[in-house]
Design a binder for this molecule. Structure first.
Ligand code: PHB
Ligand code: FE
Length: 328
């Protein structure tokens, strides 16, 4: 067995199609006109570059997110908040039974840098991995420029709440956030706030529907309000959630408009657990032992409610907190 270097990654010269090859530990990543090719000591895997870049974009922007980010049923990452497992076949029953699965652990900063560099090199100038497929060009073809502004978007995260003085701004035409084509009918009226003198910086309100109608991206929850570990992370959705998210905690969904269909599977094996259809007004809690992927036939608004407590993964993994949120 050869020792692989875990402290840095290697970048090879551009291939025939103009894309660089990345070596991260025992994994190598190559792209061609249509596909991402991932290889590891016991196997190799091919994904559409479309699926791969949209998942990679989320993994980078969300800093490996909560728990597991499956790019598909084979490849992905598990966040240990400081270090990250990168795996192939680890959460796939067939790979496990054939003993072909592979996992390597890396310090988060190195893997983050490697993923950022790969995302930037592999994304062409007319492709935006955060956009709905109806609102961006195709990712395919030989290397054609880059789209660094799109792939390094700042992640919105309110310190208290959107609209509070000094915090994240309410969206408007003036700050570059026009109303999306699918939300032309959403009322833009803002509430009137009459704060007592001295409380101007503490009393605030905003129209969340109007705010979301002006989101330029899809499948990208951002923190609009925070109270201790309680994070309201609404998002607008169109087409498919680019990752299959494996939870390490419970999360709540409130469907604010339209409809999303969720595929829910066992987190570790991928065995089908349920199909959930959520329509406007529906509320669901995703248990802590599943993975899920959503399908939004029409641009919709979803509130993802996260418990950000750093203690939760350990409490749940050791059985001191339940896998589900509530007993009726
Ligand atoms: C989730 O994994 O729960 C999730 C991620 C991104 C979204 C919506 C839900 O846009
Ligand atoms: Fe999730």
């Amino acid at each position: 067995m050869t020792m692989t270097d875990k402290s840095s990654y290697e970048v090879g010269a551009p291939n025939e199609q103009g894309y660089k090859t990345f070596t991260i530990g025992g994994f190598t990543f190559q792209r061609d006109e249509f596909f991402a090719h991932v290889a590891w000591p016991t196997g190799r895997h091919v994904m559409s570059i479309d699926t791969f870049l949209r998942a990679l974009q989320r993994d980078v922007a969300w800093d490996f997110f909560y728990g597991t980010v499956n790019f598909d049923s084979v490849f992905g990452t598990v966040n240990h908040y400081g270090n990250v497992d990168m795996f192939a076949g680890r959460y796939n029953d067939a790979y496990r039974k054939a003993e072909l699965d592979h996992v390597e652990n890396f310090d988060s900063p190195m893997l983050r840098d490697a993923f950022k560099a790969m995302l930037d090199d592999w994304t062409n100038q007319t492709y935006d991995p955060f956009a709905s497929p109806s609102e961006t060009d195709k990712p395919f073809g030989v290397k054609n420029g880059s789209n660094t502004d799109a792939v390094t978007r700042r992640r919105i995260a309110a310190a208290r709440m959107v609209g509070v003085p000094g915090d994240e701004e309410i969206r408007s035409d003036a700050n570059g956030n026009p109303i999306n084509r699918m939300f032309a009918d959403v009322t833009q009226e803002e509430p009137t706030v009459e704060a007592e003198p001295g409380f101007e910086s503490d009393v605030a309100a905003f129209n969340l529907f109007a705010y979301l109608s002006r989101s330029q991206v899809t499948w990208n929850p951002s923190v609009v309000s925070i109270c201790k570990d309680s994070l309201f992370c609404p998002t607008t959705e169109e087409y498919i959630l680019p990752v299959i998210h494996g939870n390490d905690r419970v999360e709540w969904f409130v469907q604010l408009s339209d409809e999303i269909i969720w595929d829910v599977q066992d987190r570790d094996t991928g065995a089908v657990r349920s199909k959930v259809v959520m329509r406007a007004g529906d509320v669901a809690a995703m248990p802590a032992d599943i993975r899920h992927q959503g399908y939004s036939p029409k641009r919709s608004m979803l509130l993802v409610w996260e418990n950000n407590s750093a203690d939760l993964p350990e409490l749940i993994a050791t059985g001191r907190a339940p896998q589900y949120p509530i007993d009726f």
